[in-house]
Design a protein around this ligand. Structure first.
Ligand code: BEZ
Length: 222
């Protein structure tokens, strides 16, 4: 099983550190970021959740609700939270600024195609890989990335890609390699030369190419 871009993200019900949730209701009209983790009390996951906590204001600024998932219990999640906060120098803080889903029966891990058969716990059961799902306010999947358990995510990249997704959801541009918010964008290939002037009042720059084809069209970020 799994989920592909454009699919409606499952409206699952789950127990979390913030109580029981129904996913679509929890999301409301926000964007969503769901990150899965192999297990509680593991080193890479601890660094990742610490970074998510530190970056919570950045996600809020972008109207993105964040949520984590691991296959341990709510009780374990609460205990682990103390370690995560200690790791980021916030020992006096009791909670994280986002819920952690307790997927103890691995139901969501199976439904969303997140199990990594090459990483197993002491009982030989597969652990969840590091899935990243970005869900739009229309509840459809906008991005998915799957990292193996042994490689921690790059949250600068996750913020960068959210900036691109949010921009390209409302403007007729695409973002080039290594683009960062504020940098020049590309005019979409399906926009005719006639439409370019009215759609891009800041102007465009066309890169001359050996083929003479005019497809490398840059424009300031709209
Ligand atoms: C970790 O989070 O450090 C980890 C978890 C499972 C396998 C490998 C690393």
């Amino acid at each position: 099983m799994g989920i592909t871009l454009g699919d409606v993200f499952p409206n699952f019900e789950a127990d979390t550190t913030a109580g029981r949730i129904k996913f679509h209701d929890w999301l409301g009209n926000s964007w969503g970021l769901l990150c899965s983790h192999p297990a509680d009390y593991t080193p890479v996951c601890t660094t990742e959740l610490g970074r998510m906590a530190k970056l919570a204001p950045e996600f809020k600024k972008r109207n993105v609700k964040i949520i984590a998932l691991s296959i341990d219990s709510v009780q374990d999640h609460h205990g682990w939270t103390k370690d995560i906060n200690a790791y980021i120098g916030e020992s006096s803080v009791q909670n994280l600024p986002f819920p952690i889903i307790a997927d103890e029966k691995r139901e969501l891990a199976v439904q969303l195609g997140m199990l990594d058969p090459s990483e197993r716990n002491k009982e030989g059961l597969p652990l969840t890989a590091r899935a990243v799902f970005v869900i739009g306010p229309d509840k459809t999947l906008k991005l998915s990335i799957l990292y193996p358990a042994t490689t921690g995510r790059n949250f600068d990249e996750i913020l960068r890609v959210i900036d691109s997704l949010q921009l390209t959801a409302c403007k007729k541009v695409a973002t080039p390699v290594d683009w960062k918010a504020g940098e020049d964008c590309m005019v979409l290939p399906n926009i005719s030369e006639e439409d370019v002037t009215k759609l891009f009042p800041k102007g465009i720059h066309i890169k001359a190419l050996p083929s003479s084809k005019k497809y490398l069209r840059f424009t300031p970020q709209p």
